[in-house]
Design a protein around this ligand. Sequence first.
Ligand code: MLT
Length: 328
Amino acid sequence: MIRLPRRTLAALAALSAITTAPALAQAPYPTRPITMIIPFAAGGPTDTVGRLIAQVMTTELGQPVVVENVGGAGGTLGAQRVANARPDGYTILLHHIGMSTIPTLYRRVPYDAINGFETVGLVTEVPMTLVGRRTLPATNMAELIALVRRERDRLNYANAGIGAASHLCGLLLMKALDVPMTTVPYRGTGPAMNDLVAGTVDLMCDQTTNTTEQIRGGTIRAFAVTTPQRVASLPDVPTAAQAGLPGFEISVWHGLYTPRATPRPVVERLNRALVAALRDEGIGRRFADLGTAPVEIARATPEYHRTFWQGDIVKWRPLIQAAGQYAD
Ligand code: MLT
């Protein structure tokens, strides 16, 4: 072994510090493709939002943002993948309101559902629609309520598993009507929509980003939107309150995440790319056509997103506890 004098070693250490410290501080990001995990199946509402923003983020970041669908278990499988990924900004998560309900709905999740992520920014809030197969013997909400009360759990209700927005909306509906329905879980409401159009399931509550074109095309029937005001892109669909179901209200927010401990400069870089997507006119037009809009830029900060999300966990907890629906 070659022994170097102590003074030489010290000089080498100092030189190495000079050459590596600035390189680390200014490590360029990103230098390779980024994977955006969508925790639901392709072709559904989360996928639609994710793919739209991924396109603009790709241009902004100068590296491909590649969407990967990791559906199943109400969005927990995809979230787990990101929570357990290296916190280097190359694996990111586009998730929705399920981030607020999963910590209460699941007795155990194999990741830290509250502290396992850095927030990058909110993306959008999407109204939901209560929809049914077009052959359902009910053409409006009053007839649907009568049908649900008569048929009870002989009617089946499609959702994307415990933790999905469609699951939460179903809980609200069953609470409003005080009747049980048989739920049929899918890996996402994209595939569930195929079965609704085919008439093999009866009902679903899903985001306008997935239902608008089917409602307009007449392949499914819309009974109500779940927002206080009508949705401009679906002017003929009444609000739940107008249709006779006051209090049946929910909209689905989406946000972007990285694993906990992702360096702040990386989170900020992703946030700038997200903001560019939210300001993009093409995305604004497409969102409007699908009944939604980008959030105001002031709500697209990591800090606002975290505060909003943590408040939303507290907001939904009593409803879930009262419904008594938990998953293991
Ligand atoms: C999806 O993308 O499939 C939906 O967001 C699922 C849901 O939460 O209902």
